[in-house]
Ligand binder design. Sequence first.
Ligand code: GDP
Ligand code: IMO
Ligand code: MG
Length: 438
Amino acid sequence: MDVILGTQWGDEGKGKVVDYVASTYDVVVRVQGGHNAGHTIHIGNKKHVLHILPSGVVSENTVNIIGNGTVVSVPSFISEMALLHNDGINTQGRLFVSSRAHLVMSYHSVLDNMNEFLKGDAKIGTTGKGIGPAYADKIAREGIRVDDLLNIEVLEHKLKRRVQAVNQQVESFLRNNDTSQMDNPPKPIDYSEVLNEALGYGEVLSPYIADTEYMVNESVSQGESILVEGAQGALLDIDFGTYPFVTSSSCMIGGVFSGSGVSPFHLTNVIGITKAYTTRVGEGPHPTEIKDAELSAYLTEVGNEYGATTGRRRRVGWLDIVALKYTYMINGITHIALTKIDVLNDLDTVKICVEYKLKDGTIVSKLPSHKDQLEGAEPIYKEFPGWKTDITNATSFDDFPQELKNYLNFISSELGVPYFMLSIGADRSQSILMEELR
Ligand code: GDP
Ligand code: IMO
Ligand code: MG
């Protein structure tokens, strides 16, 4: 089993890299997150954006699994499937959803938006998809699981309790807040509508439901290869990310095992996807964020840095080696896939943050745990002369100008692991393989 993980704040290019290698694996698995993810794949003039489906679905020889650690939005599942079918991609017999995965219900996004409103200036800037409330229900043992959809009595019982509790929250919210400024003020939930919603989900999902932990382990015993597609990124991880400005799942290596049911003993390579600069969507600390409006706008446009799920502008910054050393360490990353190198092609100078100066003047090379420390951290940069060359058609590392080789060598030597691939454009073909993993 090989694993692909985001090492920054998401949107590193996981979809592209998973697609690039998917056809060399038998099974591709999503293990956490939900339709807050947006994974983009470009093949020729065709673009696919996947939210809950694994990026391996585009490669027709792979089996794809939505694992037990995910939270599944059935409307998102339906619309992504419809788009794939329009593109002539057949998923029959090769897409499965874990019986143990939890469902994102329509009331979860209502709760998500209420929570954000109540936080005011301290809001997280979530995707609004209901991911936090769906995971909160899971941990509080109030969640609706995929296997509940197969039993109407269980569904009725669980939903009745849940709708009652949600309505208490909605009513208290409406009593205590002026919602005139709210885009989409919440309304009390109708139990029978929610029940019908769930029954509809059951009809759609039932052909795909499986005890996927058995499937993946049988694949492993038969010598088949598994690729795990991480969602979000290590700095959004619930434990190791920039809490509380994080998502609600484990997007680091630990989540791979609890989210799939595969033992760590089957692990081979952990590929860290790193963008050649840094972006983050939503609120929270971002020490290397570029303050110069012109340069920031330039990178946003050249890198097309708008969220694949919400369309929000991503906050761009320089590469942050302090944060990366941390995420490479906690994930045991064995290989780097560096993406979007081409976005930096025309810059005179490219910077990498190598240390932080904290508010009290101390210089550190370790990531501070508290957001307040990180918010006040001033990056200390090493500057590199730009390569000022269009490298989007390069076919090997040897084609690169020396300035780019220096930049790349510095990153890999700081992170202490070799490159697996270099991505020099959004298209599947714009990829340079540095080391065969399989
Ligand atoms: P993910 O969430 O990690 O899968 O990443 P997203 O799909 O949200 O965002 C990455 C964006 O960068 C997408 O629009 C990709 O098509 C694009 N992309 C990926 N790799 C490259 C690359 O090497 N160069 C350029 N210019 N774009 C890339
Ligand atoms: P992919 O898989 C970038 C961010 C949100 C917000 C925080 C919490 O495409 O890399 P949530 O809706 O999860 O409760 O929001 O996490 N976020 C992402 N940012 N890429 C993603 O996924 C993200 N998924 C969540 O913007 O800051
Ligand atoms: Mg994304």
